[in-house]
Design a protein around this ligand. Structure first.
Ligand code: SAH
Length: 311
């Protein structure tokens, strides 16, 4: 059974994103199509939606769900970082809104079999794109202990980074680490029991760090945020839903240095075509899901949504 992914903050996303029902929109992280489906329902007869994801399996599932809206959707297997090329290819200059829902889907976590969850015993792959890059197993078995520690610290603020990195080194000397269970057990054993976090599994941070490293997630977000404003019409919106502080920090920064934000020194010259300067934040503090949503869908617990408008 494939777990249906409940789209997070979907009403908020629609409200902010769709300024003109007959406009052209982009869902840069299609997943299994939860947000896209709602966007389609809210489009006018001339509206269109370009859906992007790197995960072949997710796209397959989303295609089925979106089939009633085939005439107004275009599904592309690409990285959202290459949105400029996708639009160029489609002969579109600028769009009215872009949504990014970062992190991973319930499908990937629970049913993809690709090693995203420490609760399962699966091959340690963790690539969002099945056909590109190195797997988490390859990474963990080959990089230096110093790099491992750095990943664990910078991508997840894991305070036990050094001990975990050393434990991994010890383990891989015995033989390659290939499964999620091996990593989960190793972390459980390495962090002393009295220091195990109370609300999350002790391997949560390690898994987050590996996933971010394998997929270059933070670099992707940074690269995208630089380009995205130039792909929006004036008044067009960029809505980003983040799931941890490193993601949110990048989004916040991209929307901060703009005209109209009084915290930014007014006298600094505004480079005419530099991405971030073209965005005005519409959500100063970021929006959080309602308590009702968090109760109904635990995945929304850590979500924060920021919306910027092209000026
Ligand atoms: N909003 C979706 C869920 C998105 S989960 C829904 O309601 O179903 C995040 C998705 O982003 C995953 O499917 C993942 O494969 C995709 N993703 C991650 N990095 C990506 C990238 N660089 N380009 C495109 N999609 C990416």
């Amino acid at each position: 059974m494939i777990t249906a992914h409940q789209p997070v903050m979907v009403d908020e996303a629609i409200t902010y994103l769709i300024t003109i029902p007959d406009g052209i929109y982009v869902d840069g992280t299609l997943g299994t199509g939860g947000h896209s489906l709602e966007i389609c329902k809210n489009l006018g007869p001339k509206g269109g939606l370009i859906c992007i994801d790197v995960d072949r399996a997710s796209i397959g599932l989303a295609e089925q769900r979106l089939s009633p809206y085939r005439d107004r959707t275009r599904i592309v297997r690409e990285s959202y970082v290459d949105l400029d090329k996708v639009l160029q290819h489609a002969g579109i200059d600028k769009v009215n809104g872009i949504l990014l829902d970062l992190g991973l889907s319930s499908y990937q976590l629970e049913s993809s079999g690709r090693g995203f969850s420490f609760l399962k015993d699966e091959p340690l792959d963790m690539r969002m794109d099945q056909d590109k890059g190195i797997t988490a197993s390859e990474l963990i078995n080959t990089v230096s202990t110093g790099r491992l520690e750095e990943f664990l610290w910078t991508y997840a603020q894991e305070t036990w980074a050094r001990s975990i990195a050393r434990a991994i080194e010890g383990e891989r000397r015995k033989g390659p680490i290939r499964t999620t269970r091996q990593v989960a057990r190793l972390v459980e054993k390495t962090i002393p029991l009295r220091h195990h976090p109370r609300k999350i599994h002790p391997a949560t941070k390690t898994f987050q760090a590996l996933r971010i490293a394998v997929n270059g997630e933070l670099q992707n977000i940074a690269d995208f945020l630089e380009k995205a404003p130039l792909l929006l019409v004036t008044g067009g919106r960029l809505a980003v839903i983040s799931y941890h502080s490193l993601e949110d920090k990048l989004v916040k920064q991209a929307f901060r240095q703009q005209r109209g934000d009084t915290r930014y020194p007014r006298k600094l010259p505004t480079p005419p075509e530099s991405g971030p300067f073209l965005m005005k934040a519409l959500t100063k503090k970021g929006l959080r899901p309602s308590q009702a949503e968090v109760n109904a869908n635990p995945r929304s617990r850590s979500a924060i949504m920021r919306v910027g408008e092209r000026v």
